[in-house]
Design a protein around this ligand. Structure first.
Ligand code: ZN
Length: 139
């Protein structure tokens, strides 16, 4: 392997709070935690509701959202990312409420805009996890 060859993306390390989330991603399902006391959704996965400490349950999410903000990465020295340059790192507001940091993929960076409608797709990174990324909805 040459020092310039791409490396795979780092894979998430599963723990008891996130295991259910990552298992769903390998099945192409996007799930979120919902509080059983206050009904709020949360992301990232936690043992209890971040708002009221109530118990949480896993529910199927829409996988739809809008771009809150984004940046275009033009420089990254990591062998896991530099072959992707330029790429978009975005904050996406999910329909259910949580905001997550992700990539917008499947388009040119110049096509991404704040407020754009997006939907999830998954990129496998290990036997245990696929990364949720987002694509622009068709106009
Ligand atoms: Zn709660």
């Amino acid at each position: 392997m040459s020092p310039s060859d791409p490396k795979p993306r780092p894979a998430p390390v599963l723990d008891s709070d996130s295991e259910e989330f990552w298992k769903a991603t390998t099945e192409g399902r996007f799930v979120l935690q919902r509080c059983q006391d206050c009904d709020r959704f949360q992301y990232y996965p936690r043992a209890r509701c971040a708002h009221c400490l109530g118990p949480v349950e896993w529910v199927e999410a829409s996988g739809r959202g809008t771009v809150y903000s984004f940046t275009v990465i033009h420089q990254n020295f990591s062998r896991a990312f530099r072959h992707l340059i330029p790429y978009v790192v975005a904050l996406v507001d999910l329909e259910e409420g949580p905001r997550l940091m992700t990539n917008v993929v499947g388009c040119e960076p110049g096509e991404v805009s704040i407020g754009a409608s997006v939907h999830v797709r998954f990129e496998p990174v290990s036997d245990e996890a696929a990364l949720p990324m987002f694509e622009l909805d068709q106009p």
